[in-house]
Design a protein around this ligand. Structure first.
Ligand SMILES: C[S@@+](CC[C@H](N)C(=O)[O-])C[C@H]1O[C@@H](n2cnc3c(N)ncnc32)[C@H](O)[C@@H]1O
Length: 402
């Protein structure tokens, strides 16, 4: 196999990946697209006695790696081929590795996708995410994977299912956005992303809304995209306050004197969480709209309508909480940043807010929707994944309006 996407990681970026590792002691470090070994080299500077596990599809890279790590497990493997992995002593019979570092190939020509196995599921995704989805199954329960990934993957609909699955099983943290010219010879927006298995995939949100019998009594979340263009709005003297992203401040909705006529197409009542659809993401703009307050939404605002004020506070806390960096990364676009409703929906689904069908304006139940995050069983056992895939539990629902 010829070398595909051979953009080796500069030393300072390799060092940045290693600095994301929370554990002081590492016994084994793996790189499954090891190339010239830049990431392994940075890891050995921090943990000189760590055992090295490496593979690459390119023979010349493997020769070099073998010369550098003569006593280590190094093989020429097409990592995305199960057959190739199983034919290699690097993978056959291998138990988990506590640290995996990756700068996988990114290039996906056209609309091409990879299909990878994840537990009992088959997932279509980009080549970069296929590396992550495959690699996490070689991680120990308390392990960590740190990867350089294209920012486009975090937002693309192609990778939404893969991210939904990963976020439901791992704590995903975006540590750093790298400069678009960080890799010599390439112009690409990338981020350093870390994955750690959740000890118990339990969400506060899910806990609060579960009744005593253990059955879910969770309310619905409806995603509503604002429709009114500010420059076309027909303002009236008395009507419903028109809320644009400028009216979202300090976590609250600041009611202004700009009013439009009430209409079922563009007005909603709280309780809801409002957030900008367009603009630089900012957690102070994730605002709670109290119950019974009626407003109209500008086309730059998205509402997540909730069942109770308490529920809205929970959803707002989830968005503004320790996964805020992930939420901010959902906003794409190079000039004006924006978030797509489908991308936001996937993020909510991946974070425990499940979907169900609602008559003619329904969204299909996604493959991520049935994952029961509260199951604490081993992540990749066939029975655990089959249980998740077949779960009939129906807690939060997301209803989407275009
Ligand atoms: C961006 S380079 C990263 C190299 C190294 N890890 C680093 O950070 O400097 C990506 C590497 O992935 C390898 N690669 C591409 N497709 C692969 C595959 N299917 N299986 C294993 N390695 C692959 C390429 O040969 C290349 O060395």
């Amino acid at each position: 196999m010829t070398r595909h996407d051979g953009y080796d990681t500069p030393a300072e970026i390799a060092d940045a990946l290693v600095r994301c590792v929370s554990r002081d002691e590492i016994t084994t470090v793996a790189d499954f697209a090891a190339g010239g070994g830049a990431l392994l080299h940075a890891a050995r500077l921090r943990w000189p006695s760590a055992e090295v596990v490496a593979c690459d599809a390119d023979r010349s890279c493997v020769r070099l790696l073998r010369a550098t790590y003569p006593k280590s497990a190094v093989s020429c493997v097409d990592f995305l081929s199960e057959r190739s992995r199983m034919a290699s002593t690097v993978f056959r019979g291998r138990t988990g590795v506590p640290l995996i570092l990756l700068n996988p190939p990114f290039t996906c020509r056209g609309a091409r996708t990879e299909q990878v196995s994840f537990g009992t599921m088959q997932v279509n995704c980009s080549v970069a995410l296929a590396f992550v989805l495959t690699a996490v199954s070689y991680m120990t329960e308390d392990g960590q994977l740190v990867a350089v990934l294209p920012q486009g993957s975090l937002r693309s609909s192609k990778d939404a299912t893969g991210w939904g699955l990963l976020r439901s099983l791992f704590d995903v943290e975006i540590h750093q956005n790298l400069h678009c010219r960080a890799f010599s010879g390439a112009v690409v927006h990338t981020s350093v992303v870390s994955f750690k298995k959740r000890a118990r995939a339990t969400l506060k949100l899910a806990k609060r809304t579960t009744n005593n019998s253990g059955a879910s009594a969770a309310p619905a979340v409806e995603i509503i995209r604002g429709k009114i263009q500010l420059h076309n709005a027909r303002l009236v003297r008395s009507g419903v306050p028109l809320i644009h992203s400028t009216e979202l401040r300090d976590g609250r909705v600041q009611i202004t004197s700009r009013h439009v006529a009430s209409s079922t197409r563009s007005t909603i009542r709280g309780p809801a969480v409002l957030l900008p659809r367009v603009g630089t993401p900012c957690k102070q703009k994730v605002a709670v709209l109290s119950s019974s307050v009626e407003i109209a939404l500008s086309d730059c605002v998205i509402a997540l309508r909730c069942a109770t004020d308490h529920h809205a506070e929970d959803v707002a806390a989830l968005l503004r909480g320790d996964r805020w960096t992930d939420v901010a990364a959902l906003y794409g676009g190079t000039c004006a940043r924006y978030v797509r409703v489908a991308v936001l929906q996937d993020w909510l689904t991946g974070n425990g807010i499940k979907t169900e069908e609602f008559g003619p304006i329904s969204v299909p139940i996604s493959s991520t929707a049935a994952i029961d995050e509260r199951a604490a069983s081993p992540l990749f056992s066939a029975s655990a994944m089959a249980h998740r895939a077949g779960s009939t539990e129906r807690p939060h629902a997301i209803r989407r309006y275009r």
